[in-house]
Design a protein around this ligand. Structure first.
Ligand code: DGL
Length: 259
């Protein structure tokens, strides 16, 4: 089965490009449309109703562009809104959730840390996920301020380093051996996080798993792009064009649009 329509992705901002990069690497032939709702970032502090409203708005924008499948490249939007999206729209959705399972299965200390937004950690979907691992101690930390700094292009700032130290030190002291990054913005912090964590603590994010799942669904039911024209990758944002461009190493033109 083939389908030449693009894959759509959205996030509260630039963080979901970490997922886009994994998808583009695995499926380089596919056309993509990425929507960064940076004007409304962060989603993590918003109510479930607001997150559902914004997720529907983003979905409708991508549907207008004939996307064949939508990747919700945001843990907060997935954990709060994917059920409603799947009910309301016929198109297949791929969501992203914190990778608790591989961390819990591989942990030797039986203690894992998770860094995510308030919206993700307080969601019913996250609660149900965590409930399955009663033998594992899960140390949860809300990453207050991290998304805002990333959206402002301050990944390498002193303030970022101070916040990461504050959030990670109690986890290190609790003897975790896995740190789960439960927000698609956080993979951009891996170099700084690695400087803080001792070597025995592994970092896990969900990007590769989402890319593999996207490929599987395209192969099984939606269809891969048939023609071998070079892929067309469009990036839309309603704020911060320079920061989005920078995170993509200035390789792609950014379309500024007020949605
Ligand atoms: N990238 C979003 C996530 O994965 C960030 C959420 C936010 O905007 O607070 O949760």
């Amino acid at each position: 089965m083939t389908n030449n329509n693009p894959i759509g992705l959205f996030d509260s901002g630039i963080g979901g490009t970490s997922i886009w990069k994994e998808i583009h690497q695995l499926l380089p032939n596919e056309d993509t449309i990425y929507l960064a709702d940076s004007k409304n970032a962060p989603y993590g502090q918003k109510s479930k109703e607001e997150i559902i409203y914004l997720s529907c708005k983003n979905t409708e924008f991508l549907l207008e562009q004939n996307c064949k499948l939508i990747v919700v490249a945001c843990n907060t939007a997935t954990t709060n809104a994917i059920k409603e999206l799947r009910t309301k729209y016929k198109i297949p959705f791929i969501g992203i959730e914190p990778a608790i399972k591989p961390a819990a299965l591989h942990s030797k200390t039986q203690k894992i840390g998770i860094l995510a937004t308030k919206g993700t950690l307080n969601s019913e979907l996250f609660y149900k996920n965590v409930e399955q691992y009663q033998d594992i101690q899960i140390i949860e930390q809300i990453g207050y301020g991290l998304v805002e700094l990333i959206e402002n292009g301050q990944i390498n700032s002193i303030e970022m380093n101070q916040l990461l130290h504050k959030y990670l030190t109690p986890m290190i002291q609790s003897n975790i051996d896995y740190l789960v990054l439960g927000c698609s913005h956080y993979p951009y912090l891996i170099p700084q996080i690695k400087k803080i964590l001792p070597e025995n603590i592994s970092i896990i994010d969900s990007g590769e798993a989402v890319a593999k799942q996207t490929k599987k669904i395209l192969e099984e039911s939606v269809g891969l792009k048939e023609n071998t024209n070079p892929s067309k990758c469009l990036f839309y944002t309603n704020s911060n064009s320079d920061v989005l461009s920078g995170i993509l190493e200035n390789k792609y033109p950014i379309i500024a649009k007020d949605f």
